[in-house]
Design a binder for this molecule. Structure first.
Ligand code: IPD
Ligand code: CA
Ligand code: CA
Length: 264
């Protein structure tokens, strides 16, 4: 059966917008910061956002499954359709009044991400894509950059605070790439980092220590923008693994070559 991807896209765009508006309005208020573990924050609005998104998705598609970070509406209905939600990606930023955070909603159909929507409410930027339909930012088509070498590249990465070994390892990667590129940005929201790669604002992004909701929507947005997405050493990307390397494709080999030699 031909899937109606445009319908899934339209519904999830509206919901991301609504959740984003709520979260943005809340930023100045009492957001009730709690620590899941040391340096790992959650706020009242991570939960409220996920409740809103899950509820509205299930209203529109009652038979679908939901996998959300905060477990606020997770269901295991029809596993063929799985919505993967990060209600606020970049919670640490959100909690500190830093504007780089987003709402991320991806739809997996039969194990493949087919639709992705990422909304950064503080910037009014809605990134979205569906398989075969292209990638867009606020309705304007986007594509990855044309930079051919690391030497002329701007990269992005992230650090998951919860995994000390990975942090140490990534500091080494950071130092390496900082020396051989125009620079590295470490802004604190993986889903948005993937969209920035898709829009050509950075040429590549890598991170280890991620979860499916950090990557689901961004994956299809990068691919539909003409980018490449794999594991760090270049093997096929697996959403349920913990790492990602996304790039414009042109610098990919240079990056995987480094990771192959740098990781045991
Ligand atoms: C985090 C952000 C951050 C990344 C962490 C993620 P959260 O997600 O994406 O950029 O470095 O690994 O856990 O906790 O803000 O949803
Ligand atoms: Ca996240
Ligand atoms: Ca989150």
């Amino acid at each position: 059966m031909q899937e109606n991807l445009s319908q899934y896209l339209e519904v999830s765009k509206k919901i991301a917008h609504k959740a984003g508006a709520m979260v943005l309005k809340a930023q100045q208020k009492d957001i009730n910061i709690k620590y899941k573990s040391r340096h790992n924050l959650v706020t009242k609005f991570d939960k409220k956002s996920e409740q809103l998104i899950s509820r509205e998705l299930l209203e529109a598609f009652p038979t679908h499954s939901i996998l959300g970070e905060e477990n606020m509406g997770n269901t295991t209905n029809d596993q063929k359709y799985k919505w993967i939600i990060d209600p606020i990606d970049g919670t640490t930023n959100f909690a500190h009044g830093h504007l780089y955070y987003c709402i991320s909603i991806g739809l997996e159909i039969n194990g493949e991400i087919m639709v992705g929507v990422v909304f950064a409410p503080a910037f009014g930027e809605l990134f979205y894509a569906a398989k075969g339909l292209g990638a867009f930012l606020n309705d304007k088509k986007i594509s990855v950059s044309k930079i051919k070498t690391l030497d002329e590249s701007l990269l992005a990465t992230g650090f998951n605070p919860g995994i000390p070994e990975i942090l140490e390892e990534n500091i080494n990667h950071f130092v390496h790439f900082q020396k051989i590129t125009d620079g590295i940005r470490r802004c604190g929201a993986a889903a948005l980092d993937l969209c920035y790669t898709a829009a050509g604002r950075v040429d590549g992004f890598w991170e280890k220590g991620l979860k499916p909701w950090d990557m689901a929507a961004g994956k299809i947005i990068v691919e539909e923008a003409g980018g490449l997405i794999t594991s760090l050493n270049g093997t096929p990307f697996n959403l349920y693994d913990i790492e990602v390397l996304a790039s414009n494709g042109l610098i990919h080999k240079e990056m995987t070559g480094y990771f192959q030699s740098a990781t045991p």
